[in-house]
Design a protein around this ligand. Structure first.
Ligand SMILES: Cc1cc2nc3c(=O)[nH]c(=O)nc-3n(C[C@H](O)[C@H](O)[C@H](O)COP(=O)(O)OP(=O)(O)OC[C@H]3O[C@@H](n4cnc5c(N)ncnc54)[C@H](O)[C@@H]3O)c2cc1C
Length: 566
């Protein structure tokens, strides 16, 4: 027996399968599907009553460099170029072997799902890498998504697919590209036709009960549908409780269903694809930077991390436990947290700390803004929470979370979620910001807006900054003066889409011990594993791309007992 591992007292198996998958997100469903298509019996266990995890709540962007859709569209990319980009973003924080495995097999995985499982993917046109100007970066093509899916195809199982927490997101199903245009159609009339088409489609879908879904729900639904078609069972309300280890090899699991514990044998392996620990308050407290709260995470409720602990208990190494897929988040009282993807790029808004100072390029990648919030707060103690400052023009033209153009409910002013004031000084006092600091910052920022050059943080210089900005605003689509009263602010917290840290795996998704040895029979993928992306987020879909790729590799490895040939 390996050091650190603990034998389970053996008992008779209640059930058995070849390949056992824990968790019904993108990582788990991809692994189960591939194993089944390659001839193994596979079974997915999901502890909640719903299928899809954070995957179903997500934007559904999947980052796959050098993918076949780019090739078809004539967009140049290559293995070498993608690896160069990863070296210039992720760097040496993760092994070159895993980065290369991701680049080689990510593209292969996508094509495999299209050819073997009839899944569909589209390219997200005009969606750049998050650092497109770095060597190896591209300005479009590496992010793909599952197109609209007709939920009714799932039959009764449609009711088992996880749905958004926000009623607005449940009612209006848009693709990421439609969403971007819809939000900006007030100032860009050319976006209206797309918006009207999408709204009509929505209305028909409701009237005729088609249940059309988009973004991450479309991805989760299409994977779930493929599992259905290939007779892969998904047992919901079935929770992993223990890994069974025999002679240093994982041979099965103990699960709890309806209060009863049973033992399931896995002849060819177990994949831990149970998401990260974003919803586990004590793990957050133990591992993540402070201040920390489960109130700020957008991850699915089932992402409670106990599966990572189970891996650790049998000797698995962990990495990146102090990091997450961070992003500025607002929390309106009585609602779920809202991750600010686009609002930071809109002209006429800035993020300041309580000293009234900007500390970041607001429009840069969400993970960078999150990291900077923590780094800055560590130094000055006044950056968490920070404040998004907006003027009337901003509120009139843009959404703030789910609040549409110009709509600021009185209850949010009353309960203090949104501060509103006639002058910047009054707003600062209301929000607990240093008034002098805020006024000086806005004066300086307004000058940048006039010239189109943010001399402090270069906002709007990168193609990525401009991808969510307002193209009707000139000279810099991400910069406009904060000048028109009344002024508004909301608190910004370092929220996240999930955590990055987890079990250390090799290029076949096999779980490793601290000495680098393999725990036979055990795989991990998605946010249960330490991300191949290290501390960064190279492009839209940097969690789902690797989750699906390493899920695919786990499935293939379990079938063949070796890594696929590159
Ligand atoms: C609002 C939002 C937008 C996002 N947008 C994107 C995007 O566009 N692109 C991108 O790449 N990423 C995005 N993300 C992040 C992405 O959704 C996650 O990183 C990804 O879905 C993780 O996939 P996973 O398979 O590891 O886990 P999940 O999809 O979370 O699935 C894990 C499942 O395991 C289950 N589970 C947990 N413990 C157990 C147990 N003990 N037994 C059985 N089952 C268990 C959970 O209940 C859950 O259903 C977004 C996230 C959110 C919240």
């Amino acid at each position: 027996m390996e050091p650190g591992s603990q034998p389970m007292p053996m008992r008779d198996w209640d059930d058995e399968t070849d390949f056992l998958v824990i968790g019904s997100g993108a990582a788990g469903m991809t692994a189960a599907l591939v194993a089944k298509l390659e001839g193994l019996d596979s079974l997915v266990l999901e502890k909640t009553n719903l299928v899809g995890g954070s995957t179903a709540l997500s934007g559904g962007g999947i980052w796959i460099p050098n993918n076949h859709l780019m090739e078809q569209a004539g967009i140049p990319d290559s293995f070498e170029k993608a690896c160069l980009y990863l070296q210039n973003t992720v760097g040496d924080r993760t092994t070159k072997k895993r980065q290369e495995a991701f680049v080689t097999h990510g593209r292969e995985m996508l094509k495999y799902l299209v050819d073997r499982a009839n899944l569909e993917f589209n390219m997200m046109d005009g969606y750049p890498d998050y650092y497109p100007e770095r060597p190896g970066g591209v300005t479009t093509g590496r992010s793909v998504y599952a197109p609209l899916f007709v939920g009714r195809k799932l039959g009764r199982d449609f009711g088992r697919l996880r749905d958004h927490e926000y009623a607005a997101a449940r009612r209006v199903q848009l693709t990421l590209q439609e969403f971007k245009r819809f939000l900006l159609c007030k100032t860009n009339p050319t976006f209206l036709p797309t918006t009207i088409r999408a709204m009509l489609r929505n209305a028909f879908s409701h009237v005729f009960r088609r249940g059309k879904v988009t973004m991450g729900r479309a991805l989760a639904a299409s994977l779930f549908h493929s599992l259905q078609e290939h007779d892969v069972p998904v047992w919901t309300e079935t929770e992993l409780r223990e890994l069974v280890l025999e002679g240093g090899c994982v041979t099965g699991v103990l699960v709890e269903k309806n209060g009863k514990i049973s033992a399931i044998r896995a002849r060819k392996g177990v994949v831990l694809a149970a998401g990260g620990f974003a919803q586990n308050a004590s793990m957050r407290e133990e591992y993540l930077p402070k201040p920390v709260s489960t109130e700020w995470t957008s991850a699915a409720k089932g992402n409670t991390g106990e599966v990572i602990r189970m891996g650790m208990k049998i000797g698995a190494a962990v990495d990146l436990m102090d990091d997450a897929w961070w992003g500025p988040t607002v929390v309106a009282p009585g609602t779920a947290p809202f991750f600010l993807l686009v609002e930071r790029s809109y002209p006429g808004g800035i993020i300041v700390n309580s000293a009234g100072k900007r500390f970041t390029n607001e429009a840069s990648s969400y993970i960078d803004v999150g990291h900077q919030m923590y780094e800055r707060n560590e130094m000055d103690g006044v950056t968490i929470p920070a404040h998004l400052i907006m003027d009337q023009r901003f509120r009139r033209n843009y959404f703030l979370g789910v609040l549409p153009w110009g709509y600021t409910p009185r209850k949010y002013i009353k309960n203090g979620y949104i501060k509103k004031a006639a002058t910047l000084e009054e707003l600062a006092v209301e929000a607990g910001i240093d008034p002098d600091g805020l006024v000086k910052t806005v004066e300086r920022f307004n000058e940048f807006a006039r010239t189109g050059k943010d001399l402090d943080f270069k906002r709007g210089d990168s193609e990525y900054d401009r991808s969510y900005a307002d193209p009707s605003v000139k000279p810099n689509p991400s910069l406009a003066p904060i000048a028109k009263p009344p002024f508004y602010s909301v608190h910004i917290y370092p929220g996240d889409l999930g955590t990055k840290g987890g079990l250390v795996t090799n290029e076949s998704a096999q779980v490793l011990r601290a000495d680098g040895s393999i725990i036979d029979g055990l795989y991990a993928a998605g946010n249960t594993s330490a991300s191949v992306m290290g501390n960064t987020y190279p492009g839209g879909g940097s969690t789902l791309g690797p989750a699906m790729t390493f899920g695919y590799l786990a499935g293939l490895h379990a079938v063949k007992g070796e890594a696929p040939v590159s």
